[in-house]
Design a binder for this molecule. Structure first.
Ligand code: HEM
Length: 351
């Protein structure tokens, strides 16, 4: 396991040695391939190039009114209640509905999508010990995508699924399998990460009233607060598989070994960030690795960042003061994406 920011940063820039064929330290030979996450250059570059225009900064600027509208719709149902579970009622719902619109998933399938997402990503080791339910849900999702693919081929729409149908790799249209794997990857990469980042950011603001008051008084601080949250509460860590023997700081590693790359450790490295263990809302935006680095640096970074910023803006306009419900113990879960199980918040709805 690499723990220093510079070592992690350097290694993810060397895909010829640190391969992305597996990104889960305990699963060196996965029987599936998330595209583009689990591909290496030059194959990776081809897929990445197809997707980049859909996730550029200017595309996200164009999407922002849609993102804001979705956020407000979810919040309207919550603000007057005086309490909610931030995770279930907001952090999962808002990115899911935004993402569904972007992809072109029918709005009436929302509950079904949430169910698949939950079953695939949060397989409970007691209830689903050999991940049979998670695997079954993945296949159901493939079936669902195949139906939508047929519908889009008959009747193209202005959405990401249709865009991908028109994409060419090596002068051939994407195969059905590659098309499905890309859609599935976007689904898994774009929902849980934003939900987890929102959960930790609201956990912080609910338990640090001084920071919360700062952004309520001066919403222009929100982008900086979001960057510090991405650094301090780093939700995604990764791994790479070695293609050859190598020696790192005197530690011999063999071809085929998995190397864990906890971006969370990189982001709390005291040599890279002064007072790294403190959340400092005024910290100048630096070289954090909340979105990773190298060729696989988060494709959705502009979108993810904007979703969190819009959430903080719109939430605090409606609910400026809130607290953790009494007697709550906040439970986290591990996995490739860290997360908070539930975050019961309360506020005075008449304020
Ligand atoms: C705040 C929210 C997000 C965080 C913290 C986050 C974090 C990350 C990180 C750390 C990586 C690098 C993984 C590695 O090195 O192996 C990554 C990759 C990726 N992310 Fe995000 N992400 C977020 C939102 C999104 C969104 C909204 C999308 C859009 C659908 C997205 C799509 C992707 C994809 C497709 C990759 C793989 C890129 C490639 O392999 O070239 N992410 N993300």
């Amino acid at each position: 396991m690499l723990t220093r920011r510079d070592d992690i940063y350097r290694s993810v820039q060397m895909p010829e040695v640190f391969s992305s064929r597996s990104c889960i330290p305990t699963e060196p030979d996965p029987p599936y391939q998330w595209i583009p996450v689990m591909t290496d250059p030059p194959e990776h570059t081809k897929f990445r190039r197809l997707l980049l225009p859909q996730f550029s900064a200017s595309r996200v600027d164009d999407l922002t009114p849609t993102i804001r509208r979705r956020c407000i719709e979810v919040l309207e149902g919550i603000a007057a209640r005086g309490s909610c579970d931030l995770v279930a009622d907001f952090a999962l719902r808002y990115p899911t509905s935004t993402f569904m619109e972007l992809m072109g998933f029918p709005a009436e399938d929302f509950e079904q999508i949430m169910h698949w997402e939950h079953t695939i990503l949060y397989a409970d080791p007691d209830e689903d010990p050999d991940r049979q339910r998670a695997i079954a849900a993945t296949f159901e999702l493939y079936g669902y995508l195949a139906e939508l693919r047929r519908a889009r081929m008959d009747q193209p729409q202005d959405d990401l699924m249709t865009y991908l149908l028109g994409c060419m790799v090596d002068e051939e249209p994407l195969s059905e399998l590659d098309w499905s794997n890309i859609c599935l990857t976007l689904f898994l990469a774009g929902l849980d990460t934003v939900a987890a980042q929102l959960s930790y950011t609201f956990f912080h603001l609910a338990t640090h009233p001084d920071d919360r008051e700062r952004i309520v008084r001066d919403p222009a601080m929100i982008p900086n607060a979001v960057e510090e949250a991405l650094r301090y509460y780093t939700v995604l860590s990764t791994a790479r598989k070695l293609t050859r023997d190598i020696d790192i700081h005197g530690c011999p590693l063999r071809a085929g070994d998995m190397v864990a790359m906890p971006y969370a450790a990189a982001n709390r490295d005291p040599d890279a960030f002064p007072d790294a263990g403190t959340f400092d809302i005024d910290r100048p935006v630096g070289r954090h690795m909340g979105f990773g680095g190298g060729p696989h640096r988060c494709l959705g970074s502009h979108l993810g960042r904007r979703e969190v910023q819009v959430a903080l803006e719109e939430w605090h306009k409606r609910i400026p003061r809130y607290r953790l419900a009494d007697g709550v113990t906040v439970m986290e879960h591990g996995g490739p994406v860290l997360g908070i199980e539930s975050l019961p918040l309360e506020w005075d709805a008449s304020e």
